[in-house]
Design a protein around this ligand. Structure first.
Ligand SMILES: [Zn+2]
Length: 409
């Protein structure tokens, strides 16, 4: 791919988004990802851009002023965190500089959307983004500012009339869905583990959009244990037809890596190879459907707890999955099946990152303590969120698009 077609958003300071030792979402995954990018020479094949942090007016496209003020206050003095905004909680502990780090990540996604909309780049990616659980008025699920929703909101502000958001993270893209619930200009599609077994307990098939936007929220809830075949079938059976019907000007995608079979907090059993196929499919779909000139695509990638595909922490945290619904965890055999990709295999096949990372420059791997018992999905103290307003059971995933299930392109 020639320079100018794709744009990579990266500022090393995004690794300041750090909830502290023992938290499942460790920013080392971002540094490691960038080192992999460099090792492949991808940073020379695409334009690498560092954008400014999202400012107040941009954050306000999605977030309430009182919430932003609460994040700023916690950022200045973490002891002052106001738990009623979801900050200072087990999932989202307050830390110094929290506002700046979260706004910097949001700024990368917003700039990615701007570059794609303005034609400065055909595609743009922010792999530090995808913080899709953040709500207009509160932090949730490791997410402070919803960079994905902000990117979509910025596209609308710039004049976009039809945006499709595809979220293949193992968790429901609840924050993005909530923000655009009543907005017919945005079609949100989320493939995720069934809400019965995973945070945030939303993303039921009957969640289809608000009264003025019925049919513009699509949820495909997959049973725990779903592997590559089922996951890919769900994607191919649903997403292409929806894009063909909705005809977006821009495609925004979220590629949370936590569908991976080794993810310690969730229960799908997807491989890196299947994740790559979905990314490639999104790329093709952007060319087929997005934009008059085709191919406007802004992507965010979120690791969730799922940095396992890059680095498997040395023991311990997998114990956090104990007591979850019974899904086979990846063992040595499955791990050894991964490294058809030399760079991934170089760090993933024995679960000992320190030795495996010797060749990666400038990356410190923080020792991890075993996860809290509450880490898996349902942290202690978290009440299940109420289900999103239902517009009635339909038994159909795609109310507006006809019988797409079963047709695979
Ligand atoms: Zn996730």
């Amino acid at each position: 791919m020639s320079g100018g077609q794709a744009q990579l958003m990266w500022d090393e300071a995004v690794t300041g988004y750090d909830f502290g030792p023992g938290h499942p979402m460790d920013p080392v995954r971002l540094a490691l990802t960038m080192r992999l990018v460099e090792a492949y020479g991808l940073d020379r094949a695409v334009r690498t851009v560092s954008a400014a942090a999202a400012g107040e007016s941009t954050l306000r496209l999605v977030h309430r002023a009182d919430y932003i003020a609460a994040v700023r206050a916690a950022s200045a003095d973490p002891r002052a965190a106001d738990g009623s905004y979801g900050i200072g909680t087990v999932d989202d502990p307050a830390f110094a500089g929290m506002h700046d780090a979260a706004a910097l990540i949001a700024g990368q996604s917003v700039a990615a959307a701007e570059a794609v909309w303005r034609g400065e780049a055909l595609h743009a990616v922010n792999f530090s983004g995808g913080l899709h659980h953040a709500m207009p008025g509160g932090a949730s699920g490791f997410c402070v500012y919803n960079d994905a929703a902000l990117a979509v909101a910025r596209l609308l502000e710039l004049g976009a009339q039809r945006v499709v958001y595809v979220d293949v993270d193992v968790h429901h893209g609840d924050g993005v869905q909530a923000v655009f619930w009543d907005d017919p200009r945005v079609l949100t599609i989320s493939l995720h583990e069934h809400p019965r077994t995973l945070f945030p307990q939303t993303g039921w098939p009957e969640e289809t959009g608000g009264a003025q936007a019925e049919g513009t929220a699509v949820n495909v809830a997959l049973p725990a244990g779903t592997g590559d075949a089922g996951w890919l079938r769900a994607f191919h059976a649903v997403v292409p037809e929806l894009l063909a019907a909705f005809r977006p000007e821009v495609l925004v995608t979220q590629h949370g890596a936590d569908t991976h079979f080794e993810d310690p907090l969730a229960h799908l059993a997807v491989s890196v190879d299947a994740q790559r196929l979905v990314a490639e499919a999104c790329h093709r779909l952007a060319h087929d459907h997005a934009g008059a000139a085709g191919s406007r695509w802004a992507a965010g990638v979120r690791g969730g707890g799922g940095r396992a595909a890059v680095v498997d922490p040395p023991g311990g945290h997998r114990g956090g999955a104990a007591g979850r619904p019974g899904v086979p965890r990846a063992g040595g055999v499955a791990q050894r099946s991964v490294p058809s990709d030399p760079a991934v295999g170089a760090v993933a096949d024995d679960g000992r990152p320190a030795a495996r990372l010797a060749g990666l420059r400038g990356v410190r791997v923080r020792p991890r303590r075993p996860a809290r018992s509450g880490d898996p999905g349902d942290p202690p103290g978290r009440l299940p969120l109420p289900r999103a307003p239902s517009v009635g059971r339909r038994g159909l995933l795609m109310p507006a698009v006809g019988p797409a299930v079963g047709r695979v392109r």
